[in-house]
Ligand binder design. Structure first.
Ligand code: ADP
Length: 213
């Protein structure tokens, strides 16, 4: 892989709960880079793409085409030597190798921008995001608006009883909540991190195994 001469790379992380505008912010940064004719590549985790398109999509319906992948190493396999910017959405779904992959790309002189949830539905650190935030030069923490009281919301409240760590869904499945109104599952709940589900609406749930990493 080729090092971009005279360019210092870096890692920037955009984190926060669902509906906090992470994807909007990622898309905004990418569009500015496109205007400046910088070479860029966009990746997202394939958990969404198996059911939807490969685009990164914000809740206010902005979208950009991306490459859907399952493993962090796929980024190193697919990255273009000439890419100046590597953007990654849904960082929380990736394996822990994402941190070393991003460090490698930044060391090669690339700007690496990762958006992802920092906390899961239990309010606990989500996947590689906390380590990535520690490794990053820049961290932007976004907040949503609490759907109960209107205060700043740092948490993602799951509205269904499913206890898998990953349940892909949006409005109807999750809502943004502030510290006061966030209700994490109780310790007696049966937590199962080995499955991922997609909740399309109130009636339909598809559950499948997460592939081995
Ligand atoms: P994220 O990637 O963080 O989930 P998106 O960028 O996809 O967020 O969507 C942000 C948009 O979600 C907002 O601009 C707004 O239109 C919408 N939205 C829905 N619920 C809320 C909420 N509770 N607080 C703020 N924005 C919300």
């Amino acid at each position: 892989m080729q090092v971009i001469r005279d360019k210092t790379g870096w890692i920037e992380v955009i984190c926060g709960p669902m509906f906090s505008g992470k994807s909007e912010e990622l898309i905004r940064r990418i569009r500015r880079a496109e205007i400046a004719r910088q070479r860029l590549q966009i990746f997202k985790h394939a958990i969404d793409a198996r059911y939807d398109s490969t685009s990164i999509v914000s809740h206010n319906h902005q979208s950009l085409p991306s490459v859907a992948i399952e493993h962090s190493q796929d980024i190193l396999r697919l990255v273009d030597d000439k890419a100046e910017i590597v953007a990654i959405d849904e960082g929380q779904f990736f394996d822990d190798g994402l941190v070393s992959v991003c460090n490698r790309l930044a060391n090669l002189g690339k700007r690496v921008t990762v958006a992802g949830l920092d906390l899961d539905y239990r309010g606990l650190p989500f996947g590689p995001m906390p380590s990535l935030m520690a490794a990053a030069e820049y961290v932007t923490k976004q907040l949503a608006i609490c759907m109960v009281c209107g205060n700043p919301a740092n948490f993602t409240q799951r509205l269904t009883a499913n206890r898998d760590q990953i349940v892909v869904g949006a409005q109807g499945t999750y809502e943004a909540r502030c510290r006061r109104h966030f209700e994490p599952p109780t310790e007696t709940d049966n937590t199962d991190d080995t499955t991922v589900s997609r909740q399309r609406d109130e009636d339909t749930t598809v559950t499948e195994d997460i592939p081995d990493r």
